[in-house]
Design a protein around this ligand. Structure first.
Ligand SMILES: [Zn+2]
Length: 329
């Protein structure tokens, strides 16, 4: 399909287990791609610290490899003027991947976690969740319980808002997962508040029903003041992650009111290169400028999360509206 097959490692398709196939893809990348191997090693040895607020913990990571993404201009003029780095012809020459229907799973050369993948569409199409949830859940199930599938909205951290992509990564270091009770077999809807963030947790043994419920929740969010864009057809502000733990699919929906906090735009000593996307919302706060690492304490992290998340009053209203839906009764 439009040339992508030239970078798909077809011989890895003989490996029937997807997690093992992903492992083999990363072994291949380390063996054949110096930049990737060095980036992954730098990420593994990056400075980290744990911050605590009440019962919740987050991890702060100093990761200069993320500068490009954190400082990305995501306005229409900026991305119209640059070659799209997720289009096949602009990928690093060493990049190889695994086909997943109309998507391709690629090692991300700017990783935050182990097995960090970028999963672009084979065609240059806008970043929008509509019509993509089924595929997100299908990837989650294939990758299994040790990995997450991530979605950044076009205005909440996707550094290529003009080229559709998911991401995936290892789940075990992601702090928000430690806070959730992940046992059960029934459909579930739960509000969760932690470290200044409000989120909805949906779980369901049926992918079709979870898809419907998630789409309905996003539609309700579109009518919520601040998170909704006010522009019909434009996606509301949210971050989303999904995973599968037998027998249920899970989706974590973080309603947002802003992409970047005020400190991102501040001048001088108060400036912080923190640009919260979905992994930040999940509790991995990435600081692109290592010299700013020491300045990020629990109080600053809390205020960043509060600033970009839907506030308590509006979130309660949002949750109530979602619960009123027939399908959630
Ligand atoms: Zn593109």
């Amino acid at each position: 399909m439009n040339g992508w097959d030239t970078i798909v490692l077809e011989h890895l398709e003989q490996i029937t287990s997807w997690p093992a196939r992903i492992d083999a893809l990363f072994v291949h990348a380390r063996d054949t791609w110096d930049f990737f191997r060095q980036a992954e090693a730098a990420m593994s040895s990056s400075r980290t610290k744990i911050l605590t607020h009440g019962d919740a913990q987050i991890i702060v990571q100093a990761n200069p490899g993320r500068k490009r993404s954190i400082h990305a201009r995501t306005d229409a003029q900026a991305f119209a003027a640059r070659p799209c780095f997720l289009c096949l012809e602009n990928l690093p020459v060493e990049e190889r991947g695994l086909g997943f229907g109309n998507l391709v799973i690629l090692p991300n050369p700017y990783p935050i976690l182990k097995r960090h993948c970028t999963i672009p569409d084979r065609s240059h199409r806008p970043q929008r969740l509509a019509g993509r949830v089924a595929s997100m859940l299908k990837i989650a199930r294939a990758l299994g319980p040790d990995m997450l599938v991530l979605y950044n909205g076009p205005r909440t951290g996707a550094s290529a808002p003009d080229h559709f992509h998911f991401q995936a990564c290892d789940a075990w270091q992601v702090p928000i997962l430690q806070e959730l009770a992940l046992e059960g077999t029934e459909p579930m809807l739960q509000a969760h508040n932690s470290f200044g963030r409000n989120l909805l947790v949906l779980a369901d043994p049926s992918a079709a029903r979870l898809r419907k419920r998630l789409e309905q929740a996003v539609a309700v969010l579109g009518r919520t003041p601040v998170a909704g864009s006010g522009t019909p057809g434009e996606e509301p502000l949210f971050s989303l992650l999904a995973f599968y733990r037998k027998p249920r699919y899970y989706a974590l929906l973080f309603p947002r009111v802003a992409h970047r906090p005020a400190c991102y735009f501040a001048e001088g000593a108060g400036q912080l290169a923190i640009s919260p996307a979905v992994l930040e919302m999940a509790g991995l706060l990435v600081v692109a400028e290592p010299e700013q690492f020491d300045r990020v304490g629990a109080k600053i992290a809390l205020s960043i999360y509060q600033e970009v998340s839907l506030d308590d009053a509006r979130f309660e209203q949002f949750e109530e509206e979602v619960r009123k839906l027939e399908d959630f009764a």
